[in-house]
Design a protein around this ligand. Sequence first.
Ligand code: AP5
Length: 207
Amino acid sequence: MGPPGSGKGTQAAHIAKICGVNSVSTGDLFRDNLSKNTELGRLAKTYMEKGEYVPDEVTIDMVMQWVEDPDNSQGFVLDGFPRTIIQAEAIDSKLSDSGGLDKVLFFDVPEDVLVERLSGRVICSSCQIPYNLVFSPPKNPDECDTCNSSLYQREDDKPEVVRNRLRVYMRETEPVVQFFRDSGTMMEINAALSVSEVRSAVETALG
Ligand code: AP5
């Protein structure tokens, strides 16, 4: 968990790799649906382009389908879910037989750093790796280092949409942070440090 630009996607990929499991970003699932022009994708677009959250019901259905896939039966990393109290209760209830979520990592980053990161972000159009033109630039500014596909900037990284995403995060997701703080499963990471320092902190937190 963490605000927009806190590094969830960057670190989720690493955690999934070292744990040998799959990770899923709800934002990526919506963008994937949008690129395939599905009904879910068209619905999600109307919320995402304003920086609002997609309604709980459709988001929960989508994540539960992913969680139930036999490929994910050995465990998984959830990136950007849950973001509302209703979503947190849904995943808690879904995993109640297996003891609930093992760990919740909260990436803490000051707002000015978030805005700086999001305005410099570019993403691979094929493998979705995020780069940053300031902090972690690709070798070639237009190409992914890993697969050479083109890089693009997200529509919702425009400054006015970023400001609303931060407002929505404060309103909807701050209470969820408190929910997990109270449950004792959450570990707080200082995610304002460099990617490699955050990675080390994550590895320590996961033991
Ligand atoms: P989503 O795509 O999940 O966006 P987000 O939560 O706003 O998060 P971001 O992807 O912007 O940032 P991140 O924390 O993953 O950071 P990243 O690693 O990319 O969701 C998009 C939309 O979908 C939402 O607004 C909503 O509409 C909808 N949605 C998604 N989930 C939902 C849900 N559960 N319920 C309802 N609606 C939902 O890093 C950012 C940049 O910083 C990159 O350029 C990166 O290279 C750089 N960077 C990362 N770490 C560091 C570091 N340590 N130092 C320097 N630079 C760094």
